[in-house]
Design a protein around this ligand. Structure first.
Ligand code: SF4
Length: 340
């Protein structure tokens, strides 16, 4: 696979808050020492102003570690501001435990294009064992209320995606989870567990490393910003083991084309031994992959149009190398095969 340097990251993950109301057993945030701060509004504004000006099609994720809905109504003011300043691709993920009618109305009116709900269990027992502090009824009840609201108002956005990260404790519930949510007309994403660069132990699901290491797709496409403005190695660097710069005093573009460009270059040249320690020891480069299941071909087309918009494609490719996933429609067709 051939990679190119993009002048601006294709995705920017912004930690609006590192606070969370759950202590999920698999999440790097549960174990991290870094202060669980909230970003200053002026810093958030500065970041999205640059994205809107320089690269409006960059996908902006106003979440990194932490639960963005803890910010309450403020979050939606921030998202609306990002939209007004030109950010045209906004994706929010959430643990979905705070979806009241009030929050849902603000959410669907904010301009969010894609809303991902992290579920990771299809029964109360499994869900609450894994997502400690979470309430199964709140997640499932909130998701139903969101879908009902969208139906009532005739809304097609945001694209709602129910996500299930697979590991030992929940793998037996994947098929029921898929059936349940596909029947309700939403996208289902099934993905391997991320190990947060070794912060969380892998158990039997730990990826086995062999000689066939490949350049990391996280490094290639994503710029991740902590609540204090630190731009870190990638979207799994929860602790900030490698800090490439800080957006208080530098632009995203400057950092992306500075220290992070050199990191990408090392990945592209497969000089893995010369990478900073966090990358050398990491196995998460092997799990930036997922399977997406769609209730219909129309929903798949709509989803693909969204995720591919503005993505950099290589000659002869139909998907960006950074955008690796298998897509399945109800007839079993694999719409897009993983490449490379
Ligand atoms: S190898 Fe690991 S630490 Fe390095 S960029 Fe990829 S996911 Fe991040």
């Amino acid at each position: 696979m051939t990679f190119v340097h993009t002048p601006f990251p294709q995705q920017v993950v912004v930690e609006v808050t590192a606070a969370c109301d759950q202590q999920c057993v698999f999440c790097g945030r549960t174990y991290m020492d870094r202060p669980k701060k909230t970003m200053r509004p002026d810093l958030f504004r500065r970041i999205v102003e640059e994205i809107g000006r320089e690269s409006p099609q960059t996908e902006v994720w106003p979440t990194f570690m932490g639960e963005a809905l803890l910010l309450g109504d403020r979050l939606f003011e921030w998202i609306r501001y990002a939209r007004e300043r030109g950010c045209s691709k906004l994706t929010l993920n959430s643990n979905g435990n705070r979806l009241t009618q009030h929050t849902i109305d603000l959410l669907v009116d904010s301009g969010i294009d894609r809303f991902i709900l992290s579920c990771d269990g299809h029964t109360k027992a499994t869900y609450e064992k894994i997502r400690v502090g979470g309430k199964f009824e709140k997640l499932y009840g909130g998701a139903e209320l969101l879908l009902e609201t969208m139906r009532r108002r005739g809304l097609r956005r945001p694209i709602v995606e129910m996500q299930f990260s697979v590991f030992d404790e929940n793998q037996h519930e994947v098929e029921d989870f898929k059936r349940h949510w596909l029947a309700r007309g939403v996208v289902v994403k099934v993905r391997p567990k991320v190990y947060w660069s070794g912060t969380v132990s892998g158990g039997e699901h730990r990826v086995r490393l062999d000689a066939s290491r490949t350049p990391c797709l996280w490094a290639m496409d994503t710029c991740a910003i902590h609540a204090n403005g630190n731009v870190v190695m990638c979207a799994i660097d929860c602790e900030g083991k490698y800090v490439a710069g800080n957006v208080e005093t530098q632009s995203v573009q400057e950092i992306w084309n500075g220290p992070l460009r050199w990191i990408r270059e090392l990945h592209m040249r497969e000089r893995f031994r010369d990478l900073p320690e966090i990358c050398r020891r990491c196995t998460d480069w092997a799990v930036k992959k997922a399977q997406a299941f769609f209730p219909s071909k129309e929903s798949r087309s709509e989803y693909e149009a969204y995720v591919r918009r503005g993505r950099v494609l290589m000659a002869g490719d139909t998907v960006a190398p950074q955008d690796q996933a298998e897509h399945f429609t109800p007839d079993g067709e694999v719409a897009r095969s993983e490449k490379g």
